[in-house]
Design a protein around this ligand. Structure first.
Ligand code: SF4
Length: 273
């Protein structure tokens, strides 16, 4: 159903997807598979299973967040045992029955991997932060384009130096990212940058990914995302088209080897006609 001219986009979002904003995660879910978006955001179906890589990534993310929160509070960097305790606590929060492991994975093998990843993180330059830490896991929201619901952004790390304000987004990955991979994933940071324009008046905004690889010898690499106004405009056009499609109720399965194996709605998808 198309929204009426009198309905505010945030109200339309509340009616259509149960929240009065849209997140990057929702936009990218729609892009990867509109039917998966429908099951998750429109129908609000519970996710009966979750992949171990998602749980692992979320646990590492929580540890990194804890590390920077300690620095922000003026404390010393936490030691490895403390970081591992945060990781373990994150795992325990999950219902273990719902986690789908890969063939060669177990809770123990992933704990060992976490230890290696976190040791690499501690030894990296990024562990000290890029300048003075301003915010950790900050939520921002705001209207960027009239007629579009507010964008909700979660900023992993915001730091200020003499010559720039740096926005960092942390990722875990099976392998190192190429510059091309960073460029493909840049849309999220470029959209967030629109919300940050007023946070950093007079200072250039520097956008970067920090990629922690889940390899035998983990690497921690910071990759800058060049600010490109044309790509920002393009990304917004994509987001607007996604929103118009959601308003119009266009949902269909988009099977792919990349997304289907980890999809928690495979049974519902098979039943869809
Ligand atoms: S199984 Fe694949 S096609 Fe079906 S909803 Fe999930 S991601 Fe989409």
């Amino acid at each position: 159903m198309i929204t009426s001219a009198l309905e505010h986009p945030n109200q339309a979002a509340e009616r259509l997807i149960g929240r009065d904003y849209i997140s990057w995660s929702a936009i990218s879910t729609y892009q990867s598979c509109p039917l998966r978006f429908y099951f998750r955001y429109v129908q609000g179906l519970p996710e009966k299973t979750v992949s171990s890589s998602l749980v692992f990534g979320a646990a590492i993310h929580a540890v990194v967040q804890f590390h920077y929160e300690e620095l922000l509070a003026g404390a010393e960097p936490p030691d490895l045992d403390t970081l591992l305790a945060v990781y373990q606590a994150e795992w325990k929060e999950r219902d273990q029955q719902t986690i789908r492991f890969g063939q060669t994975e177990s809770v123990d093998s992933l704990s060992q991997l976490a230890e290696r990843v976190l040791a690499a993180f501690q030894a990296s330059d990024v562990a000290a932060g890029v300048g003075r830490i301003v915010a950790v896991e900050e939520t921002l929201r705001g209207e960027i384009v009239p007629g579009f619901p507010d964008l909700l952004a979660r900023i992993d790390l915001l730091a200020e130096s003499d010559d720039a304000v740096t926005v960092t987004d942390f990722k875990t990955s099976r392998s190192r990212w190429s510059a091309e991979q960073a460029a493909i994933n840049a849309d999220q940071l470029l959209l967030y940058s629109q919300l940050l324009r007023e946070v950093a008046p007079g200072k250039p905004l520097r956008l970067q990914f920090v990629v922690l690889t889940k390899t035998k010898q983990p690497a921690v690499e910071a990759i800058d995302v060049p600010y490109d106004p044309q790509q920002v405009e393009r990304t917004w056009r994509i987001a607007q088209e996604v929103w118009r499609s959601i308003e119009a109720g266009r949902f269909w399965p988009n099977p792919s080897l990349t997304h289907c194996p980890a999809c928690p709605f495979r049974a519902e998808c098979r039943a869809w006609v």
